[in-house]
Design a protein around this ligand. Structure first.
Ligand code: CTP
Length: 404
Protein backbone atom coordinates (compact mmCIF):
# COMPACT_ATOMS: atom_id res chain seq x y z
CA UNK A 1 0.00 0.00 0.00
CA UNK A 2 1.31 3.47 -0.81
CA UNK A 3 2.52 5.68 2.03
CA UNK A 4 0.03 8.22 0.73
CA UNK A 5 -2.98 6.07 1.48
CA UNK A 6 -5.53 8.13 3.43
CA UNK A 7 -3.11 11.05 3.69
CA UNK A 8 -4.61 14.52 3.42
CA UNK A 9 -2.77 16.67 0.94
CA UNK A 10 -3.42 20.33 0.24
CA UNK A 11 -2.21 21.18 -3.26
CA UNK A 12 -1.62 24.87 -3.91
CA UNK A 13 -1.52 25.74 -7.59
CA UNK A 14 0.09 29.09 -8.35
CA UNK A 15 -0.09 30.86 -11.68
CA UNK A 16 2.34 29.42 -14.20
CA UNK A 17 2.11 27.52 -17.45
CA UNK A 18 3.04 24.32 -15.56
CA UNK A 19 -0.32 24.55 -13.74
CA UNK A 20 -1.75 22.06 -16.22
CA UNK A 21 0.73 19.45 -14.95
CA UNK A 22 -0.77 19.83 -11.48
CA UNK A 23 -3.86 18.08 -12.85
CA UNK A 24 -1.85 14.93 -13.36
CA UNK A 25 -0.40 15.35 -9.89
CA UNK A 26 -3.91 15.31 -8.41
CA UNK A 27 -4.70 12.16 -10.36
CA UNK A 28 -1.54 10.39 -9.17
CA UNK A 29 -2.08 11.40 -5.55
CA UNK A 30 -5.65 10.10 -5.69
CA UNK A 31 -4.46 6.89 -7.37
CA UNK A 32 -2.14 6.41 -4.39
CA UNK A 33 -5.09 6.77 -2.04
CA UNK A 34 -4.52 10.36 -0.88
CA UNK A 35 -7.32 12.85 -0.21
CA UNK A 36 -6.57 16.04 -2.08
CA UNK A 37 -7.91 19.55 -1.61
CA UNK A 38 -6.84 22.11 -4.17
CA UNK A 39 -6.19 25.79 -3.52
CA UNK A 40 -5.71 27.98 -6.59
CA UNK A 41 -4.22 31.45 -6.65
CA UNK A 42 -6.03 34.07 -8.68
CA UNK A 43 -3.36 33.83 -11.41
CA UNK A 44 -3.60 30.03 -11.54
CA UNK A 45 -7.23 30.26 -12.59
CA UNK A 46 -6.06 32.07 -15.74
CA UNK A 47 -4.15 28.96 -16.78
CA UNK A 48 -6.40 26.06 -15.80
CA UNK A 49 -10.07 25.95 -15.04
CA UNK A 50 -11.22 25.40 -11.50
CA UNK A 51 -13.65 22.73 -12.68
CA UNK A 52 -10.87 20.44 -13.89
CA UNK A 53 -9.31 20.39 -10.43
CA UNK A 54 -12.71 19.94 -8.84
CA UNK A 55 -13.48 16.97 -11.06
CA UNK A 56 -10.14 15.27 -10.43
CA UNK A 57 -9.95 15.92 -6.69
CA UNK A 58 -13.63 15.26 -6.10
CA UNK A 59 -13.70 18.31 -3.80
CA UNK A 60 -14.58 21.95 -4.29
CA UNK A 61 -11.60 24.13 -5.15
CA UNK A 62 -10.61 26.78 -2.62
CA UNK A 63 -9.77 30.19 -4.00
CA UNK A 64 -10.79 33.13 -1.90
CA UNK A 65 -9.57 34.13 1.50
CA UNK A 66 -12.49 36.34 2.29
CA UNK A 67 -15.35 34.41 0.76
CA UNK A 68 -17.81 34.04 3.63
CA UNK A 69 -19.39 30.90 2.15
CA UNK A 70 -16.08 29.16 1.58
CA UNK A 71 -14.78 30.18 5.00
CA UNK A 72 -17.91 28.79 6.56
CA UNK A 73 -17.40 25.45 4.79
CA UNK A 74 -13.69 25.05 5.40
CA UNK A 75 -11.73 28.22 6.12
CA UNK A 76 -8.03 28.77 5.80
CA UNK A 77 -7.30 27.71 9.37
CA UNK A 78 -9.36 24.51 9.10
CA UNK A 79 -7.70 23.73 5.78
CA UNK A 80 -4.26 24.22 7.36
CA UNK A 81 -5.26 21.95 10.24
CA UNK A 82 -6.80 19.36 7.93
CA UNK A 83 -3.60 18.83 5.92
CA UNK A 84 -0.96 16.19 6.59
CA UNK A 85 1.25 17.93 4.02
CA UNK A 86 1.06 20.96 1.76
CA UNK A 87 2.54 20.92 -1.74
CA UNK A 88 2.88 23.96 -3.99
CA UNK A 89 3.00 22.89 -7.65
CA UNK A 90 3.86 24.90 -9.60
CA UNK A 91 5.56 27.33 -7.22
CA UNK A 92 6.18 30.51 -9.21
CA UNK A 93 8.96 33.02 -8.52
CA UNK A 94 6.34 35.40 -7.16
CA UNK A 95 4.85 32.77 -4.86
CA UNK A 96 8.27 31.89 -3.46
CA UNK A 97 9.06 35.56 -2.86
CA UNK A 98 5.76 36.06 -1.05
CA UNK A 99 6.34 32.95 1.03
CA UNK A 100 9.81 34.11 1.95
CA UNK A 101 8.49 37.41 3.28
CA UNK A 102 5.56 35.84 5.08
CA UNK A 103 2.90 37.72 3.11
CA UNK A 104 -0.64 36.64 3.80
CA UNK A 105 -2.67 38.50 1.20
CA UNK A 106 -4.43 35.52 -0.35
CA UNK A 107 -5.67 32.10 0.68
CA UNK A 108 -2.59 30.20 -0.54
CA UNK A 109 0.03 32.25 1.34
CA UNK A 110 -2.15 32.55 4.45
CA UNK A 111 -2.59 28.81 4.51
CA UNK A 112 1.18 28.27 4.27
CA UNK A 113 1.72 30.63 7.20
CA UNK A 114 -0.98 28.95 9.26
CA UNK A 115 0.24 25.43 8.61
CA UNK A 116 2.70 23.45 10.74
CA UNK A 117 2.92 20.38 8.49
CA UNK A 118 5.68 19.66 5.92
CA UNK A 119 5.63 22.02 2.95
CA UNK A 120 7.02 20.88 -0.41
CA UNK A 121 7.60 23.31 -3.28
CA UNK A 122 7.91 22.37 -6.95
CA UNK A 123 9.31 25.56 -8.50
CA UNK A 124 8.54 26.31 -12.15
CA UNK A 125 9.47 29.43 -14.07
CA UNK A 126 11.54 30.84 -16.90
CA UNK A 127 15.18 29.74 -16.52
CA UNK A 128 16.47 33.31 -16.20
CA UNK A 129 13.95 34.02 -13.46
CA UNK A 130 15.04 30.87 -11.62
CA UNK A 131 18.70 31.81 -11.88
CA UNK A 132 18.08 35.39 -10.82
CA UNK A 133 19.85 36.17 -7.56
CA UNK A 134 16.58 37.26 -5.93
CA UNK A 135 14.92 33.91 -6.65
CA UNK A 136 18.00 31.96 -5.60
CA UNK A 137 18.16 33.86 -2.31
CA UNK A 138 14.46 33.22 -1.72
CA UNK A 139 14.96 29.52 -2.45
CA UNK A 140 17.89 29.22 -0.01
CA UNK A 141 16.06 31.14 2.72
CA UNK A 142 13.03 28.89 2.35
CA UNK A 143 15.26 25.78 2.38
CA UNK A 144 17.02 27.03 5.52
CA UNK A 145 13.59 27.24 7.18
CA UNK A 146 13.06 23.56 6.49
CA UNK A 147 10.75 24.03 3.52
CA UNK A 148 11.40 21.19 1.10
CA UNK A 149 11.66 21.62 -2.61
CA UNK A 150 11.92 19.42 -5.65
CA UNK A 151 13.25 20.48 -9.02
CA UNK A 152 13.13 22.48 -11.12
CA UNK A 153 14.20 20.24 -13.99
CA UNK A 154 16.28 21.52 -16.88
CA UNK A 155 15.21 21.39 -20.47
CA UNK A 156 13.17 23.10 -23.13
CA UNK A 157 10.76 25.59 -21.62
CA UNK A 158 7.33 26.73 -22.70
CA UNK A 159 8.86 30.12 -23.58
CA UNK A 160 11.26 28.40 -25.99
CA UNK A 161 14.34 28.88 -23.83
CA UNK A 162 16.47 26.03 -22.53
CA UNK A 163 17.61 25.77 -18.92
CA UNK A 164 16.51 25.05 -15.35
CA UNK A 165 12.92 25.99 -14.60
CA UNK A 166 10.64 23.17 -15.69
CA UNK A 167 8.44 21.83 -12.95
CA UNK A 168 9.48 18.41 -11.62
CA UNK A 169 7.37 15.64 -13.12
CA UNK A 170 4.18 14.74 -11.22
CA UNK A 171 5.54 11.20 -10.65
CA UNK A 172 8.64 12.61 -8.97
CA UNK A 173 6.57 15.01 -6.81
CA UNK A 174 4.35 12.10 -5.77
CA UNK A 175 7.40 10.04 -4.77
CA UNK A 176 8.82 12.95 -2.78
CA UNK A 177 5.51 13.43 -0.98
CA UNK A 178 5.15 9.73 -0.30
CA UNK A 179 8.65 9.81 1.16
CA UNK A 180 7.46 12.27 3.81
CA UNK A 181 5.22 9.55 5.21
CA UNK A 182 7.66 6.68 4.91
CA UNK A 183 7.87 4.73 8.13
CA UNK A 184 10.48 2.17 8.86
CA UNK A 185 10.52 0.85 5.30
CA UNK A 186 13.86 -0.83 6.11
CA UNK A 187 13.19 -2.07 9.62
CA UNK A 188 15.27 -5.17 10.33
CA UNK A 189 17.35 -4.83 7.15
CA UNK A 190 21.14 -4.81 7.26
CA UNK A 191 22.54 -2.31 4.81
CA UNK A 192 26.11 -1.61 3.73
CA UNK A 193 26.98 1.61 1.91
CA UNK A 194 30.31 2.57 0.32
CA UNK A 195 30.98 6.29 0.01
CA UNK A 196 33.53 8.89 -0.96
CA UNK A 197 36.61 8.65 -3.13
CA UNK A 198 39.58 6.34 -2.70
CA UNK A 199 43.22 7.42 -2.61
CA UNK A 200 45.82 5.42 -4.47
CA UNK A 201 49.29 6.08 -3.12
CA UNK A 202 52.07 7.24 -5.43
CA UNK A 203 54.48 7.53 -2.52
CA UNK A 204 54.03 8.19 1.22
CA UNK A 205 52.86 11.79 0.61
CA UNK A 206 51.16 11.76 -2.80
CA UNK A 207 48.12 10.00 -4.21
CA UNK A 208 45.69 9.72 -7.11
CA UNK A 209 42.04 10.43 -6.26
CA UNK A 210 38.86 12.05 -7.55
CA UNK A 211 36.41 14.79 -6.68
CA UNK A 212 33.83 12.70 -4.81
CA UNK A 213 32.79 14.49 -1.59
CA UNK A 214 31.00 11.50 -0.06
CA UNK A 215 27.87 13.61 0.52
CA UNK A 216 25.56 11.34 -1.47
CA UNK A 217 26.77 8.14 0.24
CA UNK A 218 26.55 9.72 3.69
CA UNK A 219 23.03 10.97 2.95
CA UNK A 220 22.07 7.45 1.85
CA UNK A 221 23.49 5.92 5.04
CA UNK A 222 21.55 8.49 7.07
CA UNK A 223 18.33 7.86 5.16
CA UNK A 224 18.70 4.09 5.61
CA UNK A 225 19.09 4.54 9.39
CA UNK A 226 16.03 6.78 9.45
CA UNK A 227 14.16 4.03 7.61
CA UNK A 228 15.04 1.58 10.39
CA UNK A 229 18.02 -0.28 8.90
CA UNK A 230 21.22 -1.34 10.68
CA UNK A 231 23.79 0.47 8.57
CA UNK A 232 27.49 -0.08 7.96
CA UNK A 233 29.28 2.66 6.07
CA UNK A 234 32.63 1.99 4.40
CA UNK A 235 34.02 5.40 3.71
CA UNK A 236 36.94 6.74 1.75
CA UNK A 237 38.60 9.95 3.00
CA UNK A 238 36.00 12.74 3.24
CA UNK A 239 35.45 15.89 5.31
CA UNK A 240 32.11 14.78 6.78
CA UNK A 241 30.96 13.63 10.22
CA UNK A 242 29.74 10.05 10.23
CA UNK A 243 25.94 10.02 10.49
CA UNK A 244 24.62 9.20 13.97
CA UNK A 245 23.71 5.56 14.47
CA UNK A 246 25.84 4.30 11.58
CA UNK A 247 28.78 1.92 12.04
CA UNK A 248 31.52 3.59 10.02
CA UNK A 249 34.80 2.07 8.84
CA UNK A 250 37.31 4.49 7.35
CA UNK A 251 39.51 3.31 4.51
CA UNK A 252 41.87 4.99 2.07
CA UNK A 253 42.56 2.85 -0.97
CA UNK A 254 40.37 0.76 -3.28
CA UNK A 255 42.10 -2.32 -1.94
CA UNK A 256 41.29 -1.40 1.69
CA UNK A 257 37.68 -0.70 0.68
CA UNK A 258 37.50 -4.09 -1.04
CA UNK A 259 38.76 -5.84 2.12
CA UNK A 260 36.41 -3.93 4.42
CA UNK A 261 33.42 -4.74 2.21
CA UNK A 262 34.41 -8.39 1.83
CA UNK A 263 34.83 -8.92 5.56
CA UNK A 264 31.29 -7.77 6.38
CA UNK A 265 29.24 -8.62 3.29
CA UNK A 266 27.99 -12.03 4.45
CA UNK A 267 25.76 -10.33 7.01
CA UNK A 268 24.27 -7.85 4.56
CA UNK A 269 20.79 -7.76 2.94
CA UNK A 270 21.30 -4.64 0.81
CA UNK A 271 24.58 -3.35 -0.61
CA UNK A 272 24.71 0.20 -1.99
CA UNK A 273 27.92 1.05 -3.86
CA UNK A 274 28.04 4.82 -3.89
CA UNK A 275 31.82 5.21 -3.61
CA UNK A 276 33.79 6.61 -6.51
CA UNK A 277 36.35 3.84 -6.38
CA UNK A 278 39.54 4.44 -8.35
CA UNK A 279 39.57 2.18 -11.40
CA UNK A 280 43.38 2.09 -11.33
CA UNK A 281 46.08 2.19 -8.71
CA UNK A 282 49.83 2.69 -8.92
CA UNK A 283 51.49 -0.61 -9.70
CA UNK A 284 54.52 -0.02 -7.50
CA UNK A 285 54.09 2.87 -5.07
CA UNK A 286 57.40 4.14 -3.85
CA UNK A 287 58.22 3.41 -0.19
CA UNK A 288 60.07 6.73 0.07
CA UNK A 289 59.05 10.17 -1.12
CA UNK A 290 59.95 10.52 -4.78
CA UNK A 291 62.57 13.15 -5.50
CA UNK A 292 62.08 15.40 -8.47
CA UNK A 293 64.56 15.59 -11.32
CA UNK A 294 64.48 17.02 -14.84
CA UNK A 295 63.28 13.79 -16.46
CA UNK A 296 59.65 13.25 -17.36
CA UNK A 297 57.91 10.75 -15.11
CA UNK A 298 55.76 7.79 -16.09
CA UNK A 299 53.68 5.91 -13.58
CA UNK A 300 52.34 2.47 -14.39
CA UNK A 301 48.70 2.04 -13.39
CA UNK A 302 47.09 -1.28 -12.81
CA UNK A 303 43.33 -1.95 -12.55
CA UNK A 304 41.79 -2.19 -9.08
CA UNK A 305 39.30 -4.90 -8.20
CA UNK A 306 35.69 -4.06 -8.93
CA UNK A 307 34.15 -4.18 -5.46
CA UNK A 308 30.57 -4.11 -6.66
CA UNK A 309 31.11 -6.92 -9.13
CA UNK A 310 32.85 -8.98 -6.45
CA UNK A 311 29.67 -8.61 -4.37
CA UNK A 312 27.19 -9.47 -7.12
CA UNK A 313 29.17 -12.55 -8.20
CA UNK A 314 29.05 -14.11 -4.74
CA UNK A 315 27.06 -17.35 -4.42
CA UNK A 316 24.16 -15.66 -2.66
CA UNK A 317 24.58 -11.94 -3.25
CA UNK A 318 22.69 -9.25 -1.34
CA UNK A 319 20.31 -6.89 -3.16
CA UNK A 320 22.90 -4.76 -4.96
CA UNK A 321 22.59 -1.12 -5.99
CA UNK A 322 25.26 0.55 -8.12
CA UNK A 323 25.85 4.10 -9.18
CA UNK A 324 26.78 5.27 -12.63
CA UNK A 325 28.24 8.64 -13.44
CA UNK A 326 27.68 9.36 -17.10
CA UNK A 327 28.44 12.30 -19.34
CA UNK A 328 26.27 11.06 -22.24
CA UNK A 329 23.55 8.49 -23.10
CA UNK A 330 22.63 8.30 -19.43
CA UNK A 331 19.83 5.75 -19.55
CA UNK A 332 21.38 3.54 -22.22
CA UNK A 333 24.75 3.33 -20.49
CA UNK A 334 23.16 2.83 -17.08
CA UNK A 335 20.96 -0.01 -18.29
CA UNK A 336 24.00 -1.68 -19.88
CA UNK A 337 25.85 -1.37 -16.55
CA UNK A 338 22.84 -2.78 -14.67
CA UNK A 339 23.09 -5.91 -16.76
CA UNK A 340 26.87 -6.13 -17.05
CA UNK A 341 27.33 -5.96 -13.28
CA UNK A 342 24.24 -8.13 -12.48
CA UNK A 343 22.78 -5.37 -10.33
CA UNK A 344 19.29 -5.21 -8.88
CA UNK A 345 19.18 -1.45 -9.31
CA UNK A 346 21.32 1.36 -10.68
CA UNK A 347 21.22 5.06 -9.89
CA UNK A 348 22.62 7.08 -12.75
CA UNK A 349 23.53 10.69 -12.66
CA UNK A 350 24.74 13.02 -15.29
CA UNK A 351 28.11 14.52 -14.49
CA UNK A 352 30.03 17.18 -16.27
CA UNK A 353 27.33 19.85 -16.00
CA UNK A 354 27.48 22.63 -13.39
CA UNK A 355 25.80 22.34 -9.97
CA UNK A 356 25.16 18.59 -9.91
CA UNK A 357 26.94 15.41 -8.90
CA UNK A 358 30.40 15.55 -7.36
CA UNK A 359 30.98 18.16 -4.64
CA UNK A 360 27.50 19.61 -5.07
CA UNK A 361 24.78 19.66 -2.39
CA UNK A 362 22.15 18.72 -4.93
CA UNK A 363 21.70 15.78 -7.20
CA UNK A 364 19.35 14.40 -9.81
CA UNK A 365 19.14 10.66 -10.45
CA UNK A 366 17.68 8.31 -12.99
CA UNK A 367 17.02 5.05 -11.17
CA UNK A 368 16.62 1.86 -13.19
CA UNK A 369 15.82 -1.70 -12.19
CA UNK A 370 14.61 -4.78 -14.00
CA UNK A 371 11.13 -3.88 -15.09
CA UNK A 372 11.04 -0.26 -14.07
CA UNK A 373 12.60 3.15 -13.79
CA UNK A 374 12.05 6.41 -11.98
CA UNK A 375 13.59 9.82 -12.34
CA UNK A 376 14.31 11.65 -9.11
CA UNK A 377 14.21 15.36 -9.95
CA UNK A 378 16.95 17.71 -8.83
CA UNK A 379 16.77 18.18 -5.07
CA UNK A 380 19.07 18.39 -2.04
CA UNK A 381 21.04 15.17 -1.59
CA UNK A 382 19.27 14.25 1.67
CA UNK A 383 15.87 14.37 -0.03
CA UNK A 384 17.17 12.40 -3.03
CA UNK A 385 18.68 9.85 -0.62
CA UNK A 386 15.35 9.35 1.16
CA UNK A 387 13.57 8.83 -2.14
CA UNK A 388 16.20 6.35 -3.28
CA UNK A 389 15.96 4.42 -0.01
CA UNK A 390 12.20 4.15 -0.37
CA UNK A 391 12.58 2.86 -3.97
CA UNK A 392 15.18 0.32 -2.81
CA UNK A 393 12.97 -0.79 0.09
CA UNK A 394 10.02 -1.24 -2.26
CA UNK A 395 12.02 -3.21 -4.86
CA UNK A 396 13.68 -5.34 -2.16
CA UNK A 397 10.32 -6.14 -0.62
CA UNK A 398 8.82 -6.99 -4.00
CA UNK A 399 11.74 -9.38 -4.73
CA UNK A 400 11.15 -11.07 -1.41
CA UNK A 401 7.40 -11.30 -1.87
CA UNK A 402 8.02 -12.99 -5.23
CA UNK A 403 10.19 -15.62 -3.59
CA UNK A 404 7.86 -16.43 -0.68
N1 CTP B 1 32.67 0.34 -8.31
C1 CTP B 1 33.24 -0.53 -7.39
N2 CTP B 1 34.55 -0.86 -7.46
C2 CTP B 1 35.35 -0.37 -8.44
C3 CTP B 1 34.78 0.51 -9.39
C4 CTP B 1 33.45 0.84 -9.31
O1 CTP B 1 32.53 -0.99 -6.49
N3 CTP B 1 36.63 -0.72 -8.46
C5 CTP B 1 31.25 0.66 -8.23
C6 CTP B 1 30.96 2.09 -7.87
O2 CTP B 1 30.82 2.27 -6.48
C7 CTP B 1 29.65 2.34 -8.60
C8 CTP B 1 29.79 1.50 -9.86
O3 CTP B 1 30.70 0.47 -9.52
O4 CTP B 1 28.55 1.84 -7.89
C9 CTP B 1 30.31 2.28 -10.99
O5 CTP B 1 30.60 1.41 -11.99
P1 CTP B 1 31.71 1.70 -13.06
O6 CTP B 1 31.58 0.69 -14.12
O7 CTP B 1 33.05 1.88 -12.44
O8 CTP B 1 31.17 3.05 -13.51
P2 CTP B 1 31.97 4.23 -14.00
O9 CTP B 1 33.07 4.58 -13.04
O10 CTP B 1 30.93 5.23 -14.30
O11 CTP B 1 32.59 3.45 -15.22
P3 CTP B 1 32.86 3.84 -16.70
O12 CTP B 1 34.04 4.72 -16.58
O13 CTP B 1 33.14 2.51 -17.31
O14 CTP B 1 31.59 4.47 -17.20
Amino acid sequence: MSNLHNKRIVLIVSGGIAAYKALELVRRLRDDGAMVRVVMTQAATQFVGELSFQALSGEPVHRDLLDANAEAAMGHIELARWADAVVVAPATADFMARLRYGLADDLATTLCLASAVPLLLAPAMNQQMWQNQATQENASTLAARGILSIGPDSGLQACGEIGPGRMAEPAAITTALSQLFATASMAGRRVMVTAGPTREAIDPVRYLSNRSSGKMGYAIAQAAVEAGAAVTLISGPVALHPPAGVRTTDVESADQMFKAVTSGIDEIDIFIACAAVADYCIEAPSAQKRKKNDESLSLTLTPTRDILRSVTTRPSPPFAVGFAAETENLVLNARAKLEAKSLDMIAANEVGGPGLGFESNENELHVLWNGGEQRLAKAPKDLIARQLISLIAECYRRGHDDIH
